[in-house]
Design a protein around this ligand. Structure first.
Ligand SMILES: [Zn+2]
Length: 467
């Protein structure tokens, strides 16, 4: 636990009477504070490096340039008063006039036709053609699969292999350039990458590229797309980057791991729904992000509470059994024969195609495609980044089930720390409900009915807003 979270118990003690809310679920408050703190420390370290480097270069000058202060805010999320404080510690003043000017300038730029600075960066057919004419090779992104769990235990962390890449092309809004500088938004095409480009419902990776040999130059990766085999990393530059530079590619592994949990759980949910709703259930879409997963499927009617519970329990059972998850490229013609294999109906799959199977090695499925192993286990075509064991999902909770169109339902589900938090909240609600029941049954003459009604309304509200 972080420093701020360790103060929660004291706050509860001191302020619990005045603010009963804080008593309800201190652990939940601590979790949120820890997440915030972790996120902020990441920002702080990167921003402080930039600040220190800038200060080193100032020599005897006692003013910190305003454009640096603005970039600290715009790129790293550093509040200006924090920059001022840190500058003051070194006996420096921030050039606030230049800071305001840089801020105004940035707003004017973003009010143009382009909604966000990076939105317009893309590789259209002309850009792709240009890359081919210039003989630029497509990106080898197989390194996105280079990771191993530290153990088979359910709470194992993952180790992600280091990866380096060379800049082959730099794309701005309308052209390729050879060099980019601090504050520039652009897209980088590298020879290799371990970053996952958005695909198959799974969101892209984020992280930082640092120039090897000169860490003052870096690139904050905001979005990643696959354009005709070229992986385009879109983000903002700090320092100077040139075509030919070698970069160390530092993945945001917390984000990636949460996304992996949710992707593997999406396959599991797909399989669980088949068990509960029958073989006519088909996937109609999915979204896999760090916070949650979303799964759309066809159904004639809303699921009953029992069906939702059954689906959730089936998935949780597989998580508890902590079975291996296998991934392997297979010949499309062979893989298509696997009995029970799930694929999205109108999707065109590559050959060879990647197969993800829970609990059964792909080689066994290939050797005996007509057997029922592919029916009993989750087997899907998928290029996503998956966990190596089902237990690493940690826990699985369905948080909602609703209609999104005629005949199409949507489930939102949680895994890992989000699922644990949701279960904790459920426990708290249950406890509150039981307390209330006791109070009501003890209130024989009904003198406190009004109070209870108010409390019930409050709780209904709380539960409706819980995820
Ligand atoms: Zn998938």
């Amino acid at each position: 636990p972080g420093f701020f979270a360790s103060l929660v118990s004291i706050v509860v003690e001191v302020l619990g009477d005045a603010f009963p809310e804080v008593r309800k679920d201190p652990q939940h408050i601590m979790d949120i504070i820890n997440e915030e703190e972790q996120q902020f420390l990441k920002t702080l370290i990167r921003g402080r490096n930039l600040l220190n480097r800038t200060i080193d270069k100032l020599g005897g000058v006692k003013t910190l340039p305003g454009d640096v202060a603005w970039r600290l805010y715009d790129t790293y999320g550093f509040p200006i008063d924090l920059t001022q404080l840190m500058a003051e510690e070194k006996n420096l003043l921030v050039d606030m006039e230049a800071y305001e000017a840089a801020k105004q300038n940035s707003y004017i730029l973003s009010q143009g036709k382009v909604s966000s600075k990076t939105d317009a960066i893309n590789l259209d057919v002309h850009a792709l053609n240009e890359l081919q004419v210039r003989n630029v090779k497509t990106t080898n992104d197989s390194f996105k699969y280079s990771y191993v769990p530290k153990s088979t235990d359910a709470d194992a962390d993952y180790e992600f292999s280091e990866c380096t890449g060379k800049i082959l092309a730099i794309r701005t809004v309308d052209k390729f350039v050879d060099e980019v500088h601090s504050g520039d938004s652009c897209g980088l095409v590298l020879d290799k990458t371990n970053f996952y480009a958005e695909s198959g419902g799974q969101i892209y990776d984020q992280g930082v590229f640092v120039k090897i040999g000169d860490e003052a130059n870096e690139f904050l990766v905001d979005r990643v797309y696959n354009k005709g085999g070229y992986i385009l990393h879109i983000g903002v530059v700090e320092g100077t980057l040139k075509v030919g530079d070698e970069l160390s590619l530092q993945l945001d592994i917390i984000r990636r791991r949460l996304t992996m949990n949710n992707h593997s759980a999406t396959h599991l949910l797909n399989h669980s729904l088949l068990q509960v709703l029958g073989p006519d259930t088909d996937q109609k879409g999915s979204l896999v992000v760090p916070e949650k997963l979303r799964f759309d499927f066809n159904a004639k009617a809303a699921m009953t509470i029992e069906q939702v519970a059954k689906t959730e329990n089936y998935a949780r059972e597989v998580v508890k059994n902590n079975i291996p998850i296998y991934a392997k490229e297979s010949k499309l013609a062979v893989a298509k024969q696997i009995n029970g294999l799930r694929s999205v109906f109108d999707e065109v799959y590559p050959d060879p195609v990647r197969v993800i199977a829970f609990g059964i090695p792909i080689e066994e499925l290939e050797a005996n495609p007509t057997g029922d192993a592919g029916v009993k286990n989750s087997v899907e075509f998928c290029g996503g980044t998956h966990l190596k064991r089902s237990g690493h999902i940690v826990d699985f909770v369905i948080s909602s089930e609703e209609a999104i169109a005629k005949g199409i339902r949507r489930i939102v589900a949680l895994t890992g720390p989000e699922a644990v938090k949701a279960l904790k909240r459920t426990e708290v609600f249950e406890q509150e409900l039981n307390n209330l029941k006791n109070l009501i049954s003890n209130d024989k003459d009904g003198s406190q009915s009004k109070e209870f009604l108010k409390k019930i309304a409050e709780m209904t509200e709380d539960i409706a807003h819980a995820t």
